[in-house]
Ligand binder design. Structure first.
Ligand SMILES: OC[C@H]1O[C@H](O[C@H]2O[C@H](CO)[C@@H](O)[C@H](O)[C@H]2O)[C@H](O)[C@@H](O)[C@@H]1O
Length: 594
């Protein structure tokens, strides 16, 4: 399946990907970053999957989410009849469940199910016990049960379970898969119908809180649901995407694990959610941050687990061949230990915005902000790995310095407008110093553009954020020059690359990558801010057209193959849908009138 052939279901603790062929090919239990029990996404079906589809196989005729929910409806029209499968993960009760309900729509359709549970990222083959429509599977720490009225059959050789049945018009056949740690008693089974109702109610209640009132409302609502689905409800942490190792370069090795909370991605996500009125999520994330960042500000990490833990060692699951033969499959992320100075600015920007939106002034949060700012005062001159997490030598990335300016600016604003206490004069001097430094060393007069890093001949799409962050106005000739330079040098078939990896081999990695969707939205934002609304709208609509049939976007787009690439669905991309729609409605991205 292509990446865009998948849809997401989830229960705000983990998520699964369901293909257009009715196969659940990715599911990590019990948490986003737990080992997968279905990993066919990154190998063959033998790495674990759950198929539920007409016996003849093949892709569905159509599918959609029930409006304002993450309940997936997949329809197959066949000669003798039509069938719909509802897929969902109900709000988490005692244990995680995947509920699948087959509904006969017309005539008769022969159906088939095939379940291969492979715990430990496709590695661990469980013992299976069948009892009529009941299956129990167990391997090491994992146990799972499948309940259905359909007679299930073991295929002992292949360690798989199959079932065949016919569904006629008006008939409904439920399947419920439940997971639990193997040493605990089996959880009480959930009722498929009742959990469908619970899930629908929970999603609709959440969407009712939405205050977004601009254009492109359907796209924005789908993206908000996706962002909420990437939130780990027990702690308020937000993952960057639901997957690991979907390649940025098909056949290449730019494959990373995104099932963690990046302060950068989470700050962006929160800004989008707050702009739509979701203040409770902002509070939950602020509290998550206070717990995760506790300790010395110099020890702040750029990412944590959803629980706020610090250790995320990177290793490769060598038994998996990778998506479309793109090894390695990485688990964990070595970028954890990198120095990325921009996260201080993004975090302080987000906390400031949260306060402006009415989040109560909290002493602990202000202490944290002061601590982060003091650290940055001493550290902002250091070269770092930058927001793209380059694995080459550290550089003086212009974006990192601009975000140091943002950090000082938002702290000054907090003192000036929210009457918080702090050394505003010292911060004002620092803000001016950083501004002068960036304009002197990060701007190339001959080419009339800011550069990727001090002294670099290369460009970087993150420079498009300069006007939106308030570092310089959109009408400044240096900003306009940068926008034009990005269009000239980084645009491929109308979409924007983050940078040219081949140039100066800045990221220290082999191969190339697709155009980066968030950066393409940033170009639309920059054009809108410059008053070039028609061009901005045209680009935005092109980007919306790249979403799959259920409105989802991966991290990147390969223009030569016309395919989505990279992890999926990606928060960065969906944040950008919300922000750019807001920008076109006249609101600057990431802001909300307090
Ligand atoms: O491309 C190299 C890097 O790719 C990942 O980082 C990217 O994803 C992060 C999460 O969305 C995002 O915060 C960052 O800006 C992106 O560059 C990967 O996590 C890195 O390990 C890798 O070096």
């Amino acid at each position: 399946m292509r990446i865009e052939d998948y849809a997401l279901i989830g229960d705000m603790q983990t998520a699964a990907l369901v293909g257009r062929d009715g196969s659940v090919d990715w599911l990590c239990l019990p948490r986003f970053d737990s080992p997968a029990c279905f990993a066919a996404l990154l190998d063959a079906p033998e790495a674990g999957r759950w198929l539920l589809a007409p016996a003849g196989g093949g892709a569905c005729t159509s599918r959609r989410y029930r409006p304002d929910t993450l309940i997936l409806e997949t329809v197959w029209e066949r000669d003798g009849g039509a069938v719909r499968v509802l897929d969902l993960m109900p709000p988490r009760g005692e244990a995680p469940d995947v509920v699948r309900i087959v509904q006969g729509l017309r005539g008769r359709v022969e159906m088939r199910t095939e379940l291969l549970l492979r715990f430990g990222y496709g590695h661990d083959v469980p013992w299976l016990r069948h009892d009529g429509g009941e299956l129990a599977a167990i391997a090491g720490p994992d146990a799972a049960w499948l309940r259905t009225p359909v007679e299930l059959r073991p295929d002992e050789d292949a360690h798989r379970t199959t079932g065949a049945f016919t569904v006629t018009e008006g008939e409904e056949v439920p399947f419920v898969l439940t997971w639990q740690q193997s040493w605990l008693p089996r959880p009480a089974p959930v009722d498929a119908r009742a959990s469908l109702k619970d899930a629908e109610r929970a999603w609709k209640d959440w969407m009712r809180r939405c205050r977004y009132g601009g254009g492109y409302a359907d796209a924005v609502r789908t993206s908000l649901v996706t962002l909420k689905a990437l939130t780990y409800a027990p702690t308020g942490g937000l993952v960057a995407a639901a997957t690991t190792s979907l390649p940025e370069d098909l056949g290449g090795s730019r494959n990373w694990d995104y099932r963690y909370c990046w302060l950068r991605d989470a700050s962006f996500t929160l800004q989008a959610l707050m702009s739509a009125g979701y203040d409770a999520e902002a509070r939950a994330w602020r509290d998550w941050l206070l717990r995760a960042a506790a300790g010395h500000p110099a020890d702040l990490q750029i990412m944590y687990t959803v629980e706020g833990a610090r250790r995320i060692p990177e290793w490769t699951a060598d038994w998996l061949s990778g998506y479309e033969d793109s090894p390695p499959v990485r688990v964990g992320n070595a970028a954890t230990g990198q120095l990325q100075l921009d996260v201080y600015g993004e975090t302080l920007d987000c906390l400031h915005l949260a306060r402006r939106c009415g989040l109560a002034v909290d002493e602990e949060a202000w202490d944290l902000q002061n601590g982060l700012m003091s650290y940055l005062e001493g550290a902002w001159r250091s070269p770092d790995n930058g927001l793209w997490e380059t694995r080459g030598p550290r550089r003086n990335f212009v974006h990192s310095k601009v975000l140091a300016w943002v950090a000082a600016d938002r702290m000054i604003q907090a003192v000036e407008t929210l009457s918080l206490e702090g050394p505003a004069d010292r911060w004002r001097a620092l803000r001016d110093e950083i501004h002068d430094d960036v304009c002197a060393h990060g701007y190339d007069q001959d080419r009339n553009t800011f550069t990727q890093y001090y002294g670099s001949a290369g460009l970087d799409a993150s420079l498009l954020l300069i006007p939106r962050l308030g570092f310089l106005p959109a009408g400044d000739p240096r900003v306009k020059g940068t926008v034009e330079a990005v269009r000239r040098e980084l645009v491929e078939d109308g979409l924007v690359l983050r940078y040219r990896p081949e140039k100066e081999r800045v990221d220290g990695l082999p191969g190339r990558e697709g155009t980066f969707l968030a950066c393409s939205f940033w170009l639309a934002d920059a054009l809108a801010m410059e008053g070039r609304e028609d061009e901005a709208r045209e680009l935005f609509e092109r980007l919306l057209s790249l979403r799959n049939d259920v409105g989802l976007l991966a991290e990147e787009y390969d223009t030569s193959r016309s395919r989505q690439v990279g992890n999926f669905p990606q928060a960065f991309s969906h944040v950008s849908v919300v922000n750019t729609a807001g920008a076109l409605a006249g609101r600057h991205p990431g802001t909300r009138t307090p």
